[in-house]
Design a binder for this molecule. Sequence first.
Ligand SMILES: Nc1ncnc2c1ncn2[C@@H]1O[C@H](COP(=O)(O)OP(=O)(O)OP(=O)(O)O)[C@@H](O)[C@H]1O
Ligand SMILES: [Mg+2]
Length: 358
Amino acid sequence: MDIRDYPEWEEPAARLVEAGGSILLIGATDTGKTTFCTLLTNAALAAGRRVAVVDGDVGQSEIGPPGCVGMGLPEKPIRALLDIPTSALAFVGAVSPQGHLLEHATAVRAMTDAARAAQPDLLLIDTTGLLRGPAARRLKHAKFSLLAPDYVVALQRDRECEPALTPLKYAERAQVLRLPVPAVIAAKPPALRAQRRAGRFARYFLEAELRLYNFDDVAMTGTWMNAAPSVAPHLLRFASNALGVRVYHAEQCDRHLGLVTNALPAGDQGIGLVQEQFRAQAITITPAGRLRHLLVGLADGNDKLLGLGLIEAIDFRRRQIGLLTPIRAPAAVRLLHFGILRVRPDGAEVGTIRAGDV
Ligand SMILES: Nc1ncnc2c1ncn2[C@@H]1O[C@H](COP(=O)(O)OP(=O)(O)OP(=O)(O)O)[C@@H](O)[C@H]1O
Ligand SMILES: [Mg+2]
């Protein structure tokens, strides 16, 4: 990859390297954001600048595994962002920001902060191709505010970035650089994206081992579980009889009742009874099978992400959760962040659950 193969980008890239500062790259899918980021990294390193790269693409992650925002500090020329060692990671738990805007924006901000702490001359922030529609515009606006970039590089074929750029129309600090998409930039087939992601997950979990955590030793987010004391056994039996399924575990938090069951109840008849008995305003029924192989972020007590895990099994009697994870310091884990993606250890994606379903 050589900047001379992209003549439209040569001059702007040189200008950005000269100017330094933080650069947020936006554009629809397959507009060359990652390619431009790679070229800029190499140009800056060649000019003797210190570079930090935040990989905000949670689907086609190159710095760190998918489902995360990664940050790296490249020191030598790279062929792709994949060559950059991961310096820090933040968990999102999904492979698209859609439906996970808060987690995504928080993770990108956290990794940008980590990058800024290294005091680079150039900070490059690569993003996903989510550009169109209200959710995308909200996310871009949040990123402009949260990251306060010096430059926003908008790669566009037509004028497709303009709606998302609206918040910067009268900006005095941030400069918008609109760049064309060179003809050599080609669309990646959707199947290739899924295949690459599966490969990345497979490699990540290749040496995973089973680690057990006691409910009483870890806090959990992204789930209703482990937030309140377990419901007493006689009430579990009541719920089992009323719903006609086996209820393994239940917790009541405020007016919400969460139940882990062996299956979804056949009808709604029992739900009213349970609601009445527990005086619950809302009920979540989580079939245990839905938890299997769910992607989980493992963090220490200060919420530093140590790596990813996949739920192997939960033993509600022993109040233990078993996770397959390759992390090197399993004893440091204090926080388990539940994602929405289910992935087999061989990398195959089983599906997604709706946020709130567990
Ligand atoms: N010189 C080139 N010749 C052929 N293909 C190229 C060249 N440069 C880039 N590409 C291809 O163009 C495609 C899109 O580029 P890139 O991945 O940088 O875009 P992106 O905007 O980051 O995409 P995404 O939305 O997936 O993040 C890639 O498959 C890349 O390999
Ligand atoms: Mg990209």
